[in-house]
Design a protein around this ligand. Structure first.
Ligand code: ADP
Ligand code: UDP
Length: 235
């Protein structure tokens, strides 16, 4: 597979065309941003960790019957994925209160929910990824009713698989963000990444944060937390 022109440079990854029109190459950077790009920095080694962790999780999910964009890891930082048309929704699942949920509703972090929650943000940097509901998504033509039903069911399934997996490595899966896309034949698959950038991970015993909140909140030992998560996940 040949790496061709860069199609897109995002905050955390670069996306390249390949000689196969159905396949893209994703290259993970060490760049880190938070608060809608206001806070910028680097987390040394993050690109390697997020690439490897994402691919590991995507393969677990595939085994459990969740279709993903994953094709093949080709280097420490580079992976081939199925080219999809991204549904411009950030799909957020929560098991425990934290982050914007705690802030918005004026509750402390760490409340364990009886049932997981789902919410959608409209993926639009200029608007700051505003929270939207499924009716708004329909009205805006972002997705169809069927798409939203499929995405919702897949997101909860991903949560069940991941919650169990992380429990087994002594980590509470607090919340996470997913993105979905449509392949050329219209199939909805899980896309983008699953990593300490996009999930909140708390040590089950100590409740230590092992994710991007260490960067967002200047808690220190950011690199160590990412390394620790990779070690626990991949052995
Ligand atoms: P951002 O765009 O938020 O800065 P990234 O730096 O992670 O994020 O850039 C990666 C981009 O690639 C995102 O816009 C993401 O939606 C998109 N993407 C992820 N997986 C695929 C895929 N399989 N096909 C097409 N685009 C994808
Ligand atoms: N998240 C993400 N990208 C975003 C926004 C959120 O990956 O643009 C993840 C974040 O890492 C967390 C979950 O989604 O695991 C919920 O984030 P929240 O809504 O609490 O927002 P934040 O506190 O990050 O502003």
């Amino acid at each position: 597979m040949e790496k061709k022109e860069m199609l897109y440079e995002g905050k955390a990854k670069r996306v390249y065309a390949t000689d196969n029109a159905e396949v893209l190459l994703v290259d993970y950077k060490d760049d880190a941003t938070a608060f809608n790009g206001l806070k910028k920095g680097t987390i040394s080694g993050k690109g390697v960790i997020n690439n490897r962790v994402t691919n590991f999780m995507m393969q677990i999910l595939e085994k459990e019957g969740v279709p993903t964009h994953f094709v093949k890891e080709i280097s420490e930082r580079e992976t081939l994925v199925k080219k999809v048309s991204i549904v411009p929704l950030e799909v957020i699942i929560r098991n425990i209160s934290a982050g914007s949920f705690a802030k918005r509703y004026g509750v402390e972090e760490g409340i364990v929910f009886a049932e997981p929650t789902i919410e959608f943000s409209y993926k639009n940097d200029d608007l700051g990824d505003p929270l939207i509901n499924s009716y708004h998504a329909l009205a805006l033509g972002i997705a169809t009713k069927e798409d939203i039903a499929t995405i919702t069911a897949m997101a909860f399934k991903v949560n069940e698989v991941m919650k169990k997996f992380f429990k087994g490595i002594g980590v509470d899966l607090v919340d996470f963000k997913l993105e979905f896309g449509k392949t050329s034949d219209g199939t909805i698959v899980l896309a983008d990444e699953i990593s300490p950038d996009t999930c909140r991970f708390w040590d089950s015993e100590t409740h230590e944060k092992l994710d991007k909140d260490r960067f967002r909140r200047d808690l220190g030992n950011v690199e160590d937390a990412y390394q620790e998560m990779m070690k626990r996940i991949m052995g």
